[in-house]
Design a protein around this ligand. Structure first.
Ligand code: AFP
Length: 341
């Protein structure tokens, strides 16, 4: 082993060092938020390890089946949910947890209660697991109003009230993208160190992009502005080059590409699903928060996505998010339609 070479690596900006640096900007901080983030990071490392073994696990027994030891193998999404619930509760810093996997919110028992609530999708894009396509965890963090008397209203807050949001993508590498409200940073897991290293500092989304990302199989049910927007991506009326279509069907992967390369990701309403498909609390809000922090925009077809006030924990909303100018175009089409009504 080249110890001299390895020594150079100890000045890396790990996610722990980054979060501690951020904490030091708030002298009043008691480190609760840092502890919570550390537990989220731990959950991501566990899920990353489980996802990377998923193909192998299939060789010795299908998820949901019984393995060679006679133990039942948990489905990855169920396992990921348990991993995050345990990691979050044991942090001692959470009060209410909302997971995509659980119908009801989890209220943490008083001895382990803290002042934050976390909304999350432990394994988004799970229909892509079996073919090895990138999937991810999405999370958002709120401060609750009163730790002694938490209520469901504490998580039914508009996305603009989030303190932090992020996602971890389990792909060819494991990448954690985080915003604590002052920009967006990306960290890549170095498996040899077991540490997330800052690899994408201060991510800014390009002002305008060359890619649109949508499930075009739903086109026959779209409303006028969405149909017109996508038509314009393919046959621009101003003579600009047509946009390329890229769609993975895994929100974390589609949003990650959009954040880095620019363009627009849309999951609009359609006649069959008037509220679209994506969930407000743990899909639309965290991704919209990251987009705005990176200089982009997120719109629901009616309003700024982060202004939406959810009334139910698993509520859905249409969303258009990405480069500032691209979202501006779809906003103009919805505004024009409203004026003709
Ligand atoms: P699954 O978790 O069922 O795979 O859904 C993934 C998802 O919630 C989101 O990650 C994708 O952007 C979106 O659904 C894809 O939906 P369509 O398959 O309808 O395009």
């Amino acid at each position: 082993m080249d110890h001299a070479g390895e020594a150079h690596r100890t000045d890396l900006m790990t996610i722990t060092r980054y979060v501690l640096n951020e904490q030091s900007k708030h002298p009043e901080s008691r480190g609760d938020f840092t502890i919570l983030l550390n537990h989220i990071v731990l959950g991501c490392k566990f899920v990353c390890s489980a996802v990377s073994k998923a193909g192998l696990a299939k060789l010795i027994g299908l998820a949901g089946d019984t393995n060679v030891q006679g133990e039942e193998q948990k489905k990855l999404d169920v396992l990921s949910n348990e991993v995050f619930i345990k990691a979050l509760v044991s942090s001692g810093r959470t009060c209410i947890l909302v997971s995509e996997e659980d119908e009801e919110a989890t209220f943490v028992q008083p001895p382990l209660r803290g002042k934050y609530s976390v909304v999350f999708d432990p394994l988004d894009g799970s229909s892509n697991i079996d073919c090895g396509v990138s999937i991810g965890t999405i999370f958002g963090i709120y401060m609750i109003k009163d730790a002694h008397e938490p209520t469901i209203e504490d998580v039914l807050q508009p996305g603009k009230n989030m303190l932090a949001a992020g996602y971890c993508m389990y792909g060819s590498s494991c990448t954690l993208v985080l915003s604590t409200g002052s920009g967006v940073n990306g960290f890549t897991l170095d498996p040899s160190l077991g540490e997330f290293i800052l690899t994408h500092p201060d991510i800014k989304i390009p002002q305008k992009g060359k890619i649109y990302s949508v499930n075009e199989g739903n086109a026959k049910n779209w409303d006028g502005p969405t149909a017109k927007y996508v038509e314009n991506c393919k046959f621009p009326i101003d003579g600009s080059p047509a946009k390329s279509l890229r769609y993975i069907g895994s929100m974390v992967a589609d949003v990650h590409r959009t954040l880095l390369y620019g363009g627009i990701f849309l999951y609009p309403a359609d006649k069959k699903s008037p509220n679209g498909k994506l969930r407000v609390l743990y899909e639309v809000f965290p991704m919209s928060f990251l987009m705005e922090q990176a200089g982009g925009q997120a719109f629901t077809g009616k309003q700024r996505a982060l202004d939406l006030i959810p009334t139910q924990i698993h509520e859905r909303s249409p969303v258009f998010l990405g480069s500032y100018d691209d979202v501006e175009e779809i906003k103009a089409l919805y505004a024009a339609e409203e004026n003709t009504e």
